[in-house]
Design a protein around this ligand. Structure first.
Ligand code: 5GP
Ligand code: MN
Length: 357
């Protein structure tokens, strides 16, 4: 998410994730290091993060890109599918000069590296690079990751994709500088909700310490990335929060709170869609509901849905059943029809998720 407040609640520690497999093994790390070290001097490298990039997707991609640049990789591009718009709060990240629109991305690079994408579908029209590239490396931390690369560095216990990016950079001999560190710090704070979520292990704080030691300024970064929004967005939030509904009996009595925002709401307040990413953080505060949900209109009958759970319900099951994905405590999908259609689908799947759990 790109928000102004907290990022997606990643899944908790290993104890809360019995179904999760192990992270990358030494052979996977060695293969990833070899894929980078073995590149010819003039190799073209394409970095791709998921559609509608959030702080972790963009931050881990640009931080890794700056690290490759330090290693001497010159023909380097970073991109993501869909409209080439980066949300304002993360537009100031170092390494933005690496970004190219999807249409300008190299059609057949020697190496493609994917960041924070749980499945090929998150790569949109860039998915063909998995076939055309000489090698495909995947860095991700979603439990639902489908291991779609030739080399997969996937660790569902990692708090953010940037944790994997930093480890690979270190194994490649890159020195963390302030620019790389700022990218990785934004990624880490986005996905840990500024160190509030369950995945905030001692190792996460140790990584944060290494990043801060480069001299980056956490106060400035947090204010810019999390605590700044246009006045129009403040008023829009007020309106959308006023129409939130609480359904205490939903989700088997654990409770559901939800609201929605339309394209017309955005237009009336002259706001871009990304400002809505932070809304879920205000909605999920509701004490009376385990599950929270924001339904955001993308097109007349198409809605981007964000879901959060406090732990009683695995919302990734609901999201996967409805064609999306994510983590146990933070997930999403694309809904179709009216708002009521979308919420009706969620109610039904919430009940099923409880029965199956
Ligand atoms: P957010 O609500 O912040 O957009 O997303 C929360 C989590 O759900 C993210 O980790 C993201 O991976 C996942 N997610 C959100 N929307 C979708 C979607 O449409 N498809 C898939 N596969 N995952 C999604
Ligand atoms: Mn992430």
């Amino acid at each position: 998410m790109t928000g102004v407040a907290a990022g997606p609640a990643d899944t908790g520690p290993a104890v809360a994730l019995p179904a999760v497999g192990p992270g990358p093994g030494e052979a996977d790390w060695a293969a990833a290091v070899a894929a980078v070290r073995g590149l010819p001097a003039d190799a073209r490298v394409l970095l791709i993060c998921h559609v509608n990039p959030d702080g972790d997707a963009l931050g881990s991609m640009l931080g890794f890109g700056l690290g490759l640049r330090q290693l001497g990789v010159r023909r380097l591009q970073a991109t993501f599918p869909g409209p080439p718009e980066v949300p304002e709060p993360i537009r100031g990240l170092p390494g933005m000069d690496l970004l190219v629109p999807e249409a300008d991305a190299d059609p057949a690079p020697e190496l493609v590296v994917c960041f924070d994408a749980a499945s090929e579908s998150r790569l949109g029209g860039l998915v063909d690079r998995l076939e055309t590239a000489g090698a495909a490396l995947v860095l991700d931390h979603h439990a639902s990751n489908t291991r779609f690369g030739g080399i997969n560095l996937v660790d569902p216990r990692a708090a953010a994709t940037s944790v994997l990016a930093e480890e690979l950079l270190t194994r490649l001999g890159v020195t963390l500088d302030a620019a790389i560190a700022e990218c990785l710090y934004v990624a880490l704070t986005t996905d840990t909700g500024s160190f509030r979520f369950e995945a905030t292990t001692p190792a996460v704080h140790e990584l944060a310490a290494r990043l801060l030691a480069t001299g980056i300024r956490p106060g400035d970064i947090s204010r810019r990335v999390f605590d700044t929004r246009p006045f129009g967005a403040v008023r829009l939030f007020g309106e959308v929060l006023c129409r939130a509904r609480l359904e205490p009996l939903a989700a088997g009595g654990h409770g559901l709170v939800w609201t929605y925002a339309t394209l017309d709401d955005l237009a009336r307040h002259d706001q871009r869609p990304y400002v809505l990413e932070a809304l879920i953080d205000s909605v999920r505060c509701t004490a009376e509901a385990d599950v929270s949900c924001v339904v955001k209109q993308v097109r007349p009958a198409e809605w981007a849905v964000s879901m959060r759970s406090k732990g009683a319900v695995d919302v990734s099951r609901v999201a996967v059943a409805l064609g999306g994905g994510g983590h146990r405590l933070a997930a999403g999908f694309t809904g179709r029809g009216t708002v009521e259609d979308v919420v009706a689908g969620i109610r039904t799947e919430l009940d099923k998720a409880l029965i199956e759990a």
